[in-house]
Design a binder for this molecule. Structure first.
Ligand code: C2E
Ligand code: MG
Ligand code: MG
Ligand code: MG
Length: 291
C-alpha cells in the first residue's frame, strides 16, 4: 500500500473530497474497541439478482464502520488495517455471527423463501488460523443457521500458505454444509489452479472486467471465457459491478446467471434490505428491487 510509516490515508464515504490522514495506531485502537463494543460495525446487504428473471436471489454482506467522529469508513480502508493487525480474525467472526442472525430473521419473516442466501466475505488470513474450522463450527451451532443459507466468499489474490492446506480447509467447510464462492475471480495469481483442484459453488467475475466492457463494448472475451470455464466446472457465475441496464442482458448472454451492482442496488442497511425482500416476494414481478 506504500503508506509512509505511522500514517494512513482514509477516505470517508460521506465526503470523498476530504482525505483524512489518521494515525494508524489510533485507528487500530478504535477498531479494536469497535469490535469489542459492537454497534459501530454493521453489515450492509447488496442484492444478488438472477439476470434472466430479474429476481432477488440473495445478498452479499458488506461491512461498514460507522465511526463516531469520522463517519462511514470504507472497508477498503479498515479491512487491510484489520488484516495487518490480526483484528480480522475477530472481525470475521463478528460478521459471520451477524449474517447468521440476519439469515435466521429473514427465514422467519419469509418462510417460503428458504432459497435466499447471504454471502459472507472471508479474509485469507482467517483461513490461515489454526482453529478456524472450530471457530466457524461454534458460530454455526450457536445460531442454528442452516449452513446452506450462507456462502463464504474467498479471495485468493493473496497466496497464503500452501495450496494443499487451503484445499483441506475448503473441503472441511463444504462438509459442514457451507457454500463457497471464489471472489474477484481473474485478479489473483492462482485462480485457475484453485478452480482445477477444488469445486467452488460459485465464481464471482471481478468488476474490473465488467468495467472494461463498459468502456469498450467488445471487451467481452475474458468474461465469456471465465463464464464458460466456470459453468463447465459446474459453478454458478456471478458478475460484479453491474451499473447499467444494458449490461444485464449482455452479461446474461455471455453466460452469467447472476449479477450484482449499483444498477440493481448499492449495499443497504438491514431494514431496507428486508423491505427489498418483501417487495420482490409479495409483488412477485420482475426487477422490483431496483430503486
Ligand atoms: P468485494 O467482496 O469484492 O465486494 C464488492 C465491492 O464492490 C463492495 O465494496 C461493493 O459495495 C462494491 N460494488 C458493488 N456494486 C458495485 C458497482 O456497481 N460499482 C462499483 N464500482 N462498485 C460496486 P465495499 O463494500 O466497499 O467492500 C470492499 C471490499 O472490502 C470487499 O470487496 C471485500 O473484499 C472487503 N470486505 C467488505 N466487507 C467485508 C467483511 O465483512 N469481511 C472481509 N474479510 N472483507 C470485507
Ligand atoms: Mg465479496
Ligand atoms: Mg468481489
Ligand atoms: Mg473486491
Amino acid at each position: 500500500r506504500g503508506d509512509r510509516e505511522g500514517s494512513r490515508s482514509v477516505t470517508i464515504f460521506s465526503d470523498v473530497d476530504r482525505e483524512l490522514a489518521l494515525n494508524a495506531l489510533e485507528l487500530e485502537g478504535e477498531l479494536r474497541q469497535a469490535i469489542e463494543m459492537g454497534g459501530q460495525l454493521r453489515l450492509f446487504y447488496q442484492p444478488i439478482v438472477d439476470l434472466t428473471s430479474g429476481r432477488l436471489a440473495g445478498f452479499e454482506s458488506l461491512m461498514r464502520w460507522i465511526h463516531p467522529v469520522h463517519g462511514l469508513i470504507s472497508p477498503a480502508h479498515f479491512i487491510p488495517l484489520a488484516e495487518e493487525t490480526g483484528l480480522i480474525v475477530k472481525l470475521g467472526e463478528v460478521a459471520l455471527a451477524e449474517a447468521c442472525k440476519q439469515a435466521n430473521l429473514w427465514q422467519a419473516q419469509n418462510p417460503s423463501k428458504s432459497g435466499l442466501f447471504i454471502n459472507v466475505n472471508v479474509s485469507p488470513l482467517q483461513l490461515a488460523e489454526p482453529d478456524y474450522l472450530t471457530r466457524i463450527e461454534r458460530i454455526l451451532e450457536e445460531y442454528g443457521t442452516p449452513p446452506a443459507a450462507l456462502k463464504l466468499e474467498i479471495t485468493e489474490s493473496t497466496v497464503l500458505g500452501d495450496v494443499d492446506r487451503m484445499i483441506f480447509i475448503l473441503s472441511a467447510l463444504k462438509d459442514m454444509g457451507l457454500k463457497l464462492a471464489i471472489d474477484d475471480f481473474g485478479t489473483g495469481y492462482s485462480s485457475l489452479s484453485y478452480l482445477h483442484r477444488f469445486k467452488f459453488d460459485a465464481v464471482k467475475i471481478d468488476q474490473s472486467f465488467v468495467r472494461a466492457m463498459r468502456q469498450r463494448e467488445d471487451n467481452t472475451l475474458i468474461i465469456r471465457m471465465i463464464a464458460e470455464l466456470a459453468r463447465g466446472l459446474g459453478c454458478e457465475v456471478i458478475a460484479e459491478g453491474i451499473e447499467l441496464q444494458g449490461e444485464v442482458q449482455r452479461l446474461s448472454e455471455l453466460g452469467c446467471m447472476y449479477g450484482q451492482g449499483y444498477f440493481f442496488s448499492p449495499p443497504r442497511d438491514p431494514d431496507t434490505a428486508s423491505r427489498l425482500i418483501e417487495a420482490s416476494f409479495n409483488v412477485g414481478q420482475e426487477t422490483v428491487i431496483a430503486d
